[in-house]
Design a protein around this ligand. Structure first.
Ligand code: ADP
Length: 259
C-alpha cells in the first residue's frame, strides 16, 4: 500500500478568543476552533458576525484575549514575524494588497522582505504567477487589471511567501460564475491549510472539508458541509439559507436539477 500523501500546511488553534473594537461592544465572544493541517476550513456566517475580525487575529493584525496558535507558533508580540511567515491573508479587496507599479513588484515584495535574493524572489514570482494563471502579467499595472485578475495577483503575492496557512476573506465576492469556478479549483489545489471566510454558501460548501458557523461572535456549529447544507431550519436561523434562491428560480419555472 502506498504511503498516504503528506499534508502540507500547519494546524490552527484558536481558544476562547474575545475581542471588541470598543470595550463596551464585544465582537468575538469566546471563539474556539481547531483546524487541522491541510484542511480546507470554512468560516461562514452573516454579515457583521465577526469573520473578518477573527481572520485579522491569525497573524497579529488584531489582538484579543485568548490563544491563537499556528503550527507550533503561539501568536504573540515576540512571535509576530514567525506568525506572519506562516499565515498569508488574502483580503476581500485586492487593492488593499497591490500597491506598487507592476504586478511583478507586488508579488516580489513579500519574498524580498523575507530577505530572499532578487534571483530567489524572481523564481517565487514566476511560480506564484503561474499558479494563479497570470504568467505574462509581470509588467502589467495592477490598477489597470480586471477585478478577477487583481484578485489573482493579490493571491499570487500571498503564495509567493509560501505560507503554511492561506486565509481568504470573501474571495468570491463580485466574481462572475466562471471566475468563482476557477478560484474554487485553485483553492482546492493549494498545498497549504486553507481558511475560507465567506457568505457565498455554495462555493464555500463545495470547497471546504469542514465548516464553522459564526453568529454574533460565537461559533454556533461546526461540522461537515453536507450536514450543514441539509439543515435548512438552522441555515435560516443563521441567515444563511441559500435554498430559497433556488426555490425562487424554480417557482419561476426555471428547472434546477443536476440529475
Ligand atoms: P464579518 O466579517 O462577519 O462581516 P466583521 O468582522 O467585519 O464581520 O465585523 C464585526 C463587527 O465589528 C461589525 O459590527 C462591524 O461593524 C465591527 N467592526 C469591524 N471593523 C471595525 C473597526 N475597524 N472599528 C470598529 N468596529 C468595527
Amino acid at each position: 500500500m502506498s504511503e498516504p500523501a503528506k499534508m502540507a500546511g500547519a494546524g490552527v488553534k484558536v481558544e476562547d478568543l474575545v475581542f471588541g473594537y470598543e470595550e463596551s461592544r464585544p465582537v468575538l465572544r469566546g471563539v474556539s476552533l481547531d483546524i487541522r493541517p491541510g484542511e480546507r476550513f470554512g468560516i461562514l456566517g452573516p454579515s457583521g458576525a465577526g469573520k473578518s475580525t477573527l481572520l485579522l487575529h491569525l497573524n497579529g493584525l488584531l489582538w484579543g484575549s485568548g490563544l491563537v496558535r499556528v503550527g507550533d507558533v503561539v501568536v504573540g508580540r515576540e512571535t509576530l514575524a514567525a506568525a506572519r511567515r506562516k499565515v498569508g491573508l488574502v483580503f476581500e479587496n485586492p487593492d488593499d494588497q497591490l500597491f506598487t507599479p507592476t504586478v511583478e513588484e507586488d508579488v516580489a515584495f513579500g519574498p524580498l522582505n523575507l530577505g530572499l535574493s532578487r534571483e530567489e524572489a524572481r523564481v517565487r514570482v514566476a511560480n506564484a504567477l503561474a499558479r494563479v494563471g497570470l504568467t505574462g502579467f509581470e509588467r502589467r499595472t495592477p490598477h489597470r487589471l480586471s477585478l478577477g485578475e487583481r484578485k489573482r495577483a493579490a493571491l499570487a503575492a500571498v503564495l509567493a511567501m509560501e505560507p503554511e496557512v492561506v486565509a481568504f476573506d470573501e474571495p468570491f465576492s463580485n466574481l462572475n460564475p466562471a471566475l468563482v469556478k476557477s478560484l474554487t479549483e485553485l483553492i482546492a489545489g493549494l498545498e497549504a491549510t486553507v481558511i475560507l471566510v465567506s457568505q457565498q454558501m455554495l462555493p464555500a460548501l463545495a470547497v471546504c472539508d469542514r465548516v464553522a458557523v459564526l453568529v454574533e461572535g460565537r461559533v454556533v456549529r461546526t461540522g461537515a458541509p453536507a450536514a450543514l447544507a441539509a439543515d435548512r431550519a438552522f441555515l435560516a436561523s443563521a441567515g444563511l439559507d441559500f435554498w430559497n434562491s433556488l426555490e425562487a428560480a424554480r417557482a419561476k419555472g426555471i428547472r434546477i436539477s443536476l440529475d
